[in-house]
Design a binder for this molecule. Sequence first.
Ligand SMILES: NC(=O)C1=CN([C@@H]2O[C@H](COP(=O)(O)OP(=O)(O)OC[C@H]3O[C@@H](n4cnc5c(N)ncnc54)[C@H](O)[C@@H]3O)[C@@H](O)[C@H]2O)C=CC1
Ligand SMILES: O=C(O)[C@@H]1CCC=N1
Length: 262
Amino acid sequence: MRIALVGAGAMGEALLAGWLAAGWSTEDVVIVEPSQQRADDITARHGVRAVDLEEASGADVVVLAVKPHQVESVLGSISNRLGPESVVVSIAAGVPIRQLEELLPDGAAVIRVMPNTPALVGQGMAGVVRGTAATDGHLATVQGLMDAVGRSTVIEEKYLDALTSVSGSGPAYLFYVADAMIEAGVHQGLTRAEATELTVQTFVGSAAMLATGRAAATLREQVTSPAGTTAAALRVLDERGVRAAFLAAMEACVTRSREMAN
Ligand SMILES: NC(=O)C1=CN([C@@H]2O[C@H](COP(=O)(O)OP(=O)(O)OC[C@H]3O[C@@H](n4cnc5c(N)ncnc54)[C@H](O)[C@@H]3O)[C@@H](O)[C@H]2O)C=CC1
Ligand SMILES: O=C(O)[C@@H]1CCC=N1
């Protein structure tokens, strides 16, 4: 199976690196990347070939990893060259299946995916929406690509903006919290290296505990001794409205995702 990755930016590279680490051959994946500097970096780092859009259109799976506003022009360039069995995968936030299908010939197979950057280390989470003409085979192929770099779930398109606010953008919230904890540790007198090691391992350990399936609230309670240090800290987070801020932030994420759909 040949894969063409159109747009080798932050998310495109995360998927590419994940696929190669999962065993895909550098012969199986090509990239299309108009920034020469970026194309040179990617080909040097990963050993894949950069091609033009015309050559990419012949791939079995064409993954659009360009910015949402660039999707229309890319689809315009490839629409007449897609193979009969090809599937177009769009990871662009906010761009609905309806719009993708309108930009392609009738009957073209389209699948919409919302991945996240932990795909780079094989721990991605992706939401997958099947287009009107995509077959079971196309769906299995695309889920296979996402499962190779983490996990995937098939979801109704009306929930994809919500999924984006949790898992698509989610890594950024966690990196933001990690960064804040490191700086707070430095404020308390730790070196940056010490605060970083402590924070990173705390994230790794906490994620592993969550992955056992125990409820987040239960795990939080287990750390919170009566009248102890954690209770004192959590009280401040509640007083400063951190939980409410997450509600509002994720609502803003959903609103922005919907704005991009036009
Ligand atoms: N960054 C993330 O965590 C996630 C991003 N996405 C989606 O992935 C897409 C890309 O986002 P990022 O990688 O963050 O952006 P980015 O700006 O890092 O990457 C976009 C890449 O596309 C290239 N490009 C521009 N025009 C092109 C064209 N005509 N043909 C081929 N390549 C072209 C750019 O040179 C750039 O390297 C967006 O649609 C975004 O919504 C989805 C999930 C997560
Ligand atoms: O910030 C964005 O628009 C993209 C989509 C999800 C994560 N990054």
